[in-house]
Design a protein around this ligand. Sequence first.
Ligand code: NAD
Length: 360
Amino acid sequence: MEKNITLLPGDGIGPEIVDETVKLFDAVANKFGHKFNYNSHLIGGIAIDEVGDPLPEETLGACLEADAILMGAVGGPKWDDPTAKVRPEQGLLRIRKELAVFANIRPVKVFDALAHASPLRPEIVTGVDIVFVRELTGGIYFGTPRGREERDGQRVGYDTMIYSESEIERILRIGFELARGRRKKLTSVDKANVLTTMQVWREIAHEVKNDYPDVEYEDILVDAMAMYLVNNPKDFDVVVTGNMFGDILSDEASMITGSLGMLPSASMGKAGSVGLFEPSHGSAPDIAGTGKANPLATMMSGAMLMRLNLGLEAEADAIEKAIDDVLAAGYRTADIGGGDDSLSTTAMGDKVIEMLEKAD
Ligand code: NAD
């Protein structure tokens, strides 16, 4: 298979972690007999510096034509002035909009070897393997009317939570399809006891579930879900939520693993369209250029890219197994407790590739 992958390294540690993932892709290509062609483009702060636009037209064009897109991260203190007209995050928001990615998929997996890194007790977190599917382009973050005004001499602010049938249906279908390839359980999170929007959400969810009789289904209220996530996170397989609830719950869940450097993510649009694959963390300017960045979240995003965008399931499994093996063998970067024996970004990348090449 020959595929074109657009790379958007971005700022801070972005180029370092994307480089390691490209090395890994080359090793995958070698092992499985594929050819990956790469083209690298500007996004974020570096794009502002070089061409004055956080998402240059050339970058957007390359993304729209790509078979898959791997991104590092954008932003940093140099571009942090909140009053600036042009900011790195604008590039990120625009690329998501242009690619029409409406589903944010965030796996939260606790590796056995890292269970002690969690702020929760190891017996609670060992074995946790959840995939959050968060609706990304609708709900209260985008609903109108919204605004602020004065009423009876007081400042008031308001937003609108709104979801249409088609928005609810398409995000649930993504969740059900993912659940089918996993442990076949789907949890739909809502607040149907209070919010009309969420009563519609639940109604549609119950209609969609009829098409997936092989998947176990449950409704959970968002407040209860916040408790269950710290109480019994092993209970969950695929969790589907609206935009705001997913924003909050996926951040809560990410803390279960204890390290930002271990969390991949994917943003997907309609079936067959190109997605955006990136780590969940930011550009970590405090460690950029020091060789301390953990490349594993980006490498795991690379595994998601193989599976979800290129349909290369065995290749994705091989990447994930190599990472598992590296951690089980005790190799660590500084952020996951490597201490004096911490591996650098490139040394960790090399170890994963070594494990991948060694595996049958
Ligand atoms: P951050 O995720 O960049 O860093 C938070 C902390 O985690 C830092 O101490 C950092 O060193 C550490 N960390 C993050 N990733 C790591 C890795 N792979 N290996 C080792 N340690 C890692 O969040 P922040 O400091 O709040 O933001 C820094 C910049 O990144 C800001 O400009 C912010 O706007 C931007 N940001 C970008 C994205 C994105 O591109 N999607 C997401 C979040 C933040």
